[in-house]
Design a protein around this ligand. Structure first.
Ligand SMILES: [Zn+2]
Ligand SMILES: [Zn+2]
Ligand SMILES: [Zn+2]
Length: 375
């Protein structure tokens, strides 16, 4: 996350802030989904950036005005009432249930953070309402007991069960499943991994296919059979924990990709936040990649920076009396899978093909999260 400063007084402000705590300026997320602007009210709902008072006028997003779930703005002459981030949301939970508004607020905040990361990686998704190959989000609740709203990705639609925004419920699921880590943002990252896997594979580029298969295995192997076996406790032949970033990654190569993708975004985001804050722990210990500590590649340097920071984060957690912030063991094999993701992102982000017409069957492109399943 980039370090943000108030455009009016220069104080430190944070990505989710709506107002500067020092000077009271209204803050808003610009349509680039990366930067906050300090605003000054003009008239009739018009606002200007205090740093560019002669520049364009803005309107607050209607989700900010009516529901306080968003800190975005849109150009005065733009059609509609929603900011760019909110235009990615295709379905919201029923607001007739009071607590759903708070869940929705948390979901939108996690979504904006994901959109920031994707923009920062120059992946630049567009809302599905603007392109059939775009991305959208559906936030829903269980319809009735035994009929779950699945957390999944399918053809550019990322569905998230709003219970994942309930801390008690999410923690109950996490402990019930013996997971060391489960977060709302993690779900968004994971599901976006499925979307970008589809986009990469939609090119039918033999080299991409070969590189993915070489690292992750056969993406087209039977998804339903694998998942059924995973939940039956028989992830046959794939259960060596040293090969995977998480237990769920053993379920199927597509889930391995999505888990590894999510981890790549986690590391990248956290490193950026630390770096922006001037925190850069000295490298300690050998990086656990095969190429050793002299690896000066982009990814090699990233891992060498990450390991001491992860150790510091855990030491800080223990001093604070909380659970480890980073409850993972990053093995060499898992790091090499991440290295492939890093390479593919940088090589193909400016020429990703459309996702429509993908040959991946809907059932194989989605993943599920019921009471007994993760995502
Ligand atoms: Zn300020
Ligand atoms: Zn908005
Ligand atoms: Zn998945």
């Amino acid at each position: 996350m980039l370090r943000q400063r108030c455009g009016r007084c220069g104080s430190r402000v944070y990505f989710d802030n709506w107002a500067c705590l020092a000077c009271g300026a209204r803050l808003a997320l610009l349509p680039d989904l990366m930067h906050l602007a300090a605003l000054e009210a003009r008239d009739a709902g018009r606002w200007v950036d205090v740093r560019a008072p002669e520049g364009p006028a803005w309107r607050l997003c209607s989700n900010a005005v009516e529901h306080a779930v968003c800190n975005g703005i849109l150009e005065e002459d733009q059609a509609g009432t929603l900011c760019r981030a909110c235009r990615f949301t295709q379905q919201i939970p029923s607001l007739s249930v009071a607590r759903h508004v708070e869940y929705w607020r948390r979901l939108e905040a996690a979504k904006r953070r994901l959109l920031f990361t994707l923009a920062d990686l120059r992946l630049r998704p567009v809302p599905k309402s603007e392109s059939p190959d775009g991305l959208e989000f559906a936030f829903g609740a269980d319809i009735e007991p035994g009929h779950r709203f699945m957390t999944a990705h399918n053809g550019g639609t990322i569905s998230i069960n709003i219970l994942e925004a309930d801390d008690v419920e999410r923690e109950r699921i996490r402990t019930g499943m013996g997971e060391p880590y489960r977060s709302l943002l993690g779900h968004f990252r994971h599901e976006s991994g499925h979307y970008y896997l589809d986009r990469l594979r939609a090119s039918a580029n033999a080299e991409i296919e070969w590189r993915i298969k070489d690292r992750f295995g056969d993406m087209d192997s039977d998804y339903d059979v694998s998942l059924a076996a995973y939940y039956a406790g028989q992830a046959a032949g794939r259960a060596d924990p040293g090969q995977f970033i998480s237990t769920y990654a053993t379920a199927h190569p597509q889930e391995d990709w999505a888990e590894t993708w999510a981890h790549y975004l986690l590391i990248r985001d956290t490193l950026q936040s630390a770096s922006e804050a001037g925190v850069e722990p000295a490298a300690a210990g050998r990086p656990r990649t095969r190429r050793g500590r002299k690896d000066r590649s982009r990814f090699g340097v990233m891992i060498q920076r990450w390991l001491p920071l992860a150790e510091l984060a855990n030491e800080l957690s223990r001093s604070l009396g909380t659970a480890d912030a980073y409850p993972f063991v990053l093995t060499g094999v898992a790091a090499e899978k991440m290295e492939l993701i890093d390479a593919l992102v940088h090589e193909y982000r400016d020429r990703l093909p459309p996702v429509s017409g993908t040959r991946i069957a809907p059932s194989a492109a989605s993943c599920t999260a019921t009471e007994s399943t993760v995502n």
